[in-house]
Design a binder for this molecule. Structure first.
Ligand code: FE2
Length: 322
């Protein structure tokens, strides 16, 4: 009988973690989520999520219970405050868009539920019905976006905070839903989140703003806030920071909601696209403590850089572009 370490080595040999782009994304193969993961397998998947921020697993023909069980390995599942969910499994959201039910307002760069004090740490989405053409999801690494800023801009935004609100969803509450909306505002008061957050596992700094939920930066005049936010939002659009996932039925994607933004391309209407979503509870985002100091996380070795020091073409070119 193989010793535990040999068993762990075999699991590691079976799993392949293949980076997709220079700054974000890895495809994981050699794993079947229909079966419970061992501790060793889970560690590989968890570390890949933190390191690559988005992990793609193809051909996962699993039940929603198996998807939930996979999510629970990372922590307690979270329940969306107002999105329609399954009656007997409130942690599950079924996204089912078609001719009669146009896609929701998710064709905008965002992280999920940052209007909450403690947004989900990760989202797990599995495709069921995929349109023949279109319906990709785009991701953008906001840790790469932070690294791409000039040292002077990093100093400028250090310590800033942004107000987050579920603003695009407010019109969903009609005149008769005022009490419901009021209760939601009481239960989920608008949080101030740091503009630069520190990833609780990797220690990487993250440009933690998104166009869908950010309202304004504290202590700035409206024009100053709008102008700076527009610049910061634009960082998500830099191609080098991005990953574009083409779905197939049974493709499962998990993203680190603490460090990436995503954008659902609405180019498939009126075709049908069906996904099942679960989220894992997260913590309140924390900013960089104390006065500004340059990011030393890579020098500390807490996380290996995606690309070796001195050979990072993305941020340099991105900086020049603007
Ligand atoms: Fe989303």
């Amino acid at each position: 009988m193989a010793s535990p370490s040999a068993a762990v080595r075999k699991e590691a040999a079976d799993i392949r973690v293949q980076p997709i782009n220079g700054f974000i994304g890895a495809e994981i193969s050699g794993i079947d989520l229909a079966r419970p993961l061992s501790e060793g397998q889970f560690k590989i998947v968890h570390d890949a999520l933190v390191r690559y921020e988005v992990i793609v697993m193809r051909d996962q023909d699993i039940t929603i219970d198996q998807q939930m069980a996979f999510g629970k390995l990372f922590g307690e599942l979270s329940i969306h405050p107002f999105s329609p969910n399954l009656a007997d499994k409130p942690e599950v959201i079924i996204l089912d868009y078609s001719k009669d039910n146009p896609p929701a307002l998710t064709d905008i760069w965002h992280a999920d539920e940052t209007f909450r004090e403690a947004p989900p740490m990760a989202t797990i989405l599995r495709a069921k019905v995929v349109p023949e053409i279109g319906g990709d999801t785009l991701f953008s690494s906001m840790s790469a976006a932070y690294r791409g800023l000039s040292e002077r801009m990093k100093q400028h935004i250090h310590g800033m905070e942004t107000l987050h609100d579920f603003k695009p969803w407010r019109p969903l509450f009609g005149a008769n839903d005022r009490p419901k909306l009021r209760k939601l505002e009481d239960d989920f008061p608008n949080p101030w989140h740091p503009v630069v957050a520190v990833h609780p596992v990797s220690g990487r700094r993250i440009l933690y703003v998104n166009q869908q939920f950010c309202v304004r930066i504290k202590d700035l005049k409206t024009d100053e806030s709008d102008t700076l936010l527009a610049f910061l939002y634009r960082q998500a659009t830099v191609p080098e920071y991005q990953l574009r996932v083409k779905w197939r039925p049974n493709t499962l994607v998990m993203w680190d909601n603490r460090s990436v933004l995503h954008y659902a391309a609405h180019d498939y209407y009126p075709a049908r696209r069906t996904m099942e979503r679960v989220t894992v509870k997260g913590q309140r985002p924390k900013g960089v403590e104390g006065p500004y100091s340059p990011d030393t996380i890579e020098a500390n070795g807490a996380v290996k850089p995606a690309i070796a020091e001195g050979t990072r073409p993305g941020p340099k070119r991105a900086f020049d572009r603007y």
